[in-house]
Design a protein around this ligand. Sequence first.
Ligand code: T6T
Length: 312
Amino acid sequence: AAFLLAACGGGGQIGDSGSGDSATNKKLVLIPGITAEPFYISMQCGFEEAAKAAGYEFDTQAPAKFDAAQQTPIVTGILASKPAAVLIAPTDDKAMAGPMKQLKDAGIKVVEVDTKLQDTSIGVSSVSSNNEQGGKLAAETLNKLAAGKSGSVLVLNTKAGTSTTDARAKGFEDAIKAFPNLKYIGQQYTDNEPATAASKVTATLAANPDLIGVFATNLNTGEGAATGLRNAGKTGTVNLVGFDASPNQVKDLQGGTVQALIAQDPATIGKQGVEQALAAIDGKENKRNIETDLVAITKDDASANSKYFYKE
Ligand code: T6T
């Protein structure tokens, strides 16, 4: 039997256990990019709620790291249990195509949630934020915060091959060109490790004392960048725009280490992912691309936007 995640406010009660046999297969599996992380926990809440409402069994299995080598055995491991559909956030837009094709070839419907593959022939649908737009929003927000001042700006990315953060960096790079006072000094990869993000920020500050802005393209990178600015005594001097809205990120927004957060709506991604999975299972038409909300939140409008804060 599956358990509803306590973090979702479901109280951890036992979910419908349904039937495991393949003739009446009513099971959905969610494979997030990484375990125990507020973005994917919030997505799991939406997923579980929608799966339960539809009378489906559900299960979530996530890798310990955001890493294709760790996500691949999870994918191949669930092949044998033959769920009706898998919702997955591929950790690499190329490397996960092989394992995900195995699911498709086994008759399991595949829905991409959050991240996606370059190959559009495997998933029936892809549900995510408009990440390029999110990057653009981050550039515009940094420009507003700079208020005409000049200086260097840095992008902290996660890992090349992550469709979402690659798109955020691209959206940012394209948009920052419109603001000549902001000198874009390029992107650096953090491997999704907060400690790496922190040390990249301190090293960049040493090399570029005129640094006035950092765009951190996801949760771990943003939390690490905040640590880096604190260590360097630069909080509030360097504007930090992060992506996502974990409890730590919101605390840093309210405390003034972070000036703005671009929050996503992961619960809706999970819910819409289930809807697309059910459509595919029932032989109905899928919507190939679904876009969910993004919102830029500052300290001043944080409480008005609290519905976007992630669960943990
Ligand atoms: O930003 C989210 C997600 O959208 C991205 O694909 C990977 O990182 C997060 O899960 C945050 O850690």
